[in-house]
Design a protein around this ligand. Sequence first.
Ligand code: AP5
Ligand code: MG
Length: 213
Amino acid sequence: MRIIMLGAPGAGKGTQAKKIAEKYNIPHISTGDIFRANIKNGTELGVKAKSYMDQGLLVPDELVVDLVADRIQQDDAKAGYVLDGFPRTIPQAESLDAALAKMGQKIDYAVDVEVPDENIVNRMSGRRACVKCGATYHLQYAKPKAEGVCDVCGEQLILRDDDKPETVQKRLGVYHQQTQPLIDYYENQNVLKEVDGTKDMEEVFADIVSILG
Ligand code: AP5
Ligand code: MG
């Protein structure tokens, strides 16, 4: 099963993608997580990506397209995957389609997690993230067992640099301008499924499972 997660920053793409990956036993491929891991490790890609991410801007398409095309050809992605944070622009979606066509594959579902902008800023300021394993928490809605420590791997949790309210506003603007057009793009491919992302996390997941089967 090949799935794309769509939705505004903070809509819960990562939260739901993790659950989908576990239930259906497919890899969770988050371009944001890949960039953050590269920043943490001080790679060349990380240095380039950071300057865009910290401003709430998208990283240029050419830094992300080949990376994802390589990733989806790895052995663990043969039975499918859940893409989180990619594609994010029409050119990215077109290059994904081209890569899939070469492999004789297609996307089965594009799941759009819908949350109005008003709810987003509050969610982001309470989010805490683990840069080591990608786990995500929330001070109110998804607390870690021990304050400030990742349940999964024991690493210290951080407030992402791009989760400051002014940067979140910027990311929302970028989302509406560059990423929202993908909703029509995937609707035209007849793979779009919309879920109400304002519900409780478990309810959102149940709605997604009823779509994926
Ligand atoms: P990325 O890491 O993908 O960030 P994003 O799309 O802005 O999305 P987030 O990760 O912020 O939100 P999410 O939807 O995953 O929400 P989450 O589940 O964490 O990208 C970061 C940056 O990298 C971009 O700005 C860009 O610069 C660059 N980048 C990445 N991919 C790129 C690409 N393809 N092209 C170009 N640039 C790229 O949930 C948010 C919070 O809410 C959490 O605390 C969570 O616990 C809580 N929560 C989740 N669901 C619920 C719920 N139902 N109720 C209450 N709380 C909830
Ligand atoms: Mg995320």
